[in-house]
Design a protein around this ligand. Structure first.
Ligand code: SF4
Ligand code: MG
Length: 333
């Protein structure tokens, strides 16, 4: 099927008094229509900044420095704010991190869903909007009378379903979900993820699922991009990454997964996430990498691209993703 979204060399910097923080630094990926991609990484790896950039919601001192965000061929990075307002929610929408805590406590659910649609310039009659509210609540497995309730009358799982309902109210083609279940207990997490997947399939929308729990990701996405220090370290299908992880960081993540499908948190990797203000030279992962070589301290690894579309950024592999013989690795040329 076709790519609904192509992100090309996207760069997002936060400009601080002490210099630019390269929160997203040259990220490229394609998203096929109707597919599910996971973005996994530690906090500070650039995942949430990626999400905000795709929505064109980066606020100063952050800025999109370069690159393209092609949604159906239209570069969102170049659109005016007014054009973008009509595209958000109707073409690309986001369930922000912590969304369920930002529902307005004094506004009934029906009105919050309608307010979301109105804010993005829909032309619908009141009757059509009421019908849409009923429909989206049904899509996310909520009873119709939830429309009359206030957030405090709902459980965490129900509130998160409301957030999904708001995000899909205008039937977007791309849904970005930033840690959509992180505040929920494990059983509810799974139920909410199942609902999100079912809704996504019914809408034919693509999903970008952002998270730090690789165990939860595995069950919910088809492809996975592992982010480190604002860059993609490795990207491929779930099967590729789990059967033959290439990047040492991916390997550590998978090794850190407890067996028998329990939760896998990225905190299991020794060492600290890189400071992007005083970023290490060369490969950002080298201070923590068990396989770091001399060249890794000096040169940023280029992205290898395999014929299957799988990518890895590591000096252990050549431009086509083949392992580099050890003797030629130390040359550092
Ligand atoms: Fe490790 Fe070097 Fe590969 Fe970076 S480039 S992940 S330091 S082996
Ligand atoms: Mg985040």
């Amino acid at each position: 099927s076709q790519d609904i979204l192509q992100v090309i060399d996207l760069r997002v910097y936060y400009h601080t008094a002490r210099g630019p923080v390269k929160a997203v630094d040259g990220v490229s990926f394609n998203l096929q229509a109707g597919s599910r991609l996971g973005l996994v990484g530690e906090s500070g790896s650039g995942k949430s900044t990626m999400a905000l950039a795709l929505m064109r919601l980066i606020k100063p001192p952050g800025r999109i420095e370069g690159g393209q965000i092609l949604l159906n061929g239209v570069d969102l990075a170049r659109l005016s704010e007014e054009e973008m307002r009509h595209i958000r929610l109707s073409e690309i929408s986001m369930i922000p991190q912590g969304a369920m805590n930002s529902l307005n406590p004094v506004v009934r659910i029906r009105q919050q869903i309608i307010d979301g649609m109105l804010a993005h310039g829909v032309q619908m009659t009141r009757r059509e909007m009421d019908a849409r509210v009923a429909q989206v609540l049904e899509w996310v497995d909520l009873e119709p009378d939830v429309a009359n309730m206030y957030p405090h009358e709902l459980s965490g799982g129900m509130k998160q379903r409301v957030c999904i309902a708001i995000a899909i109210s205008l039937r977007p083609k791309v849904i970005i979900a930033d840690e959509p279940t992180s505040a929920l207990d494990v059983v509810i997490q799974r139920q909410v993820m199942e609902t999100l997947t079912r809704v996504q399939e019914e809408l034919g929308a693509a999903v970008i699922l952002i998270g730090h729990d690789i165990g939860l990701m595995v069950q919910s996405v088809e492809r996975l991009a592992v982010m480190y220090g604002g860059k993609i370290a490795e990207m491929g299908t779930i099967r590729e990454l789990f059967q033959t992880p290439r990047h040492p960081y991916t390997r550590l993540l998978i090794q850190s997964l407890p067996r028998l499908g329990k939760k896998g948190q990225l905190q299991g990797i020794p060492g600290l996430a890189p400071s992007l203000l005083n970023a290490p030279t060369g490969c950002l992962f080298h201070p923590r990498c068990p396989e770091a070589m001399e060249i890794c301290r000096q040169q940023t690894p280029a992205l290898s691209r395999e014929p299957s579309g799988r990518v890895v950024a590591c000096h252990l592999y050549d431009a086509s993703g083949m392992p580099v013989p050890a003797a030629s690795q130390e040359g550092g040329n």
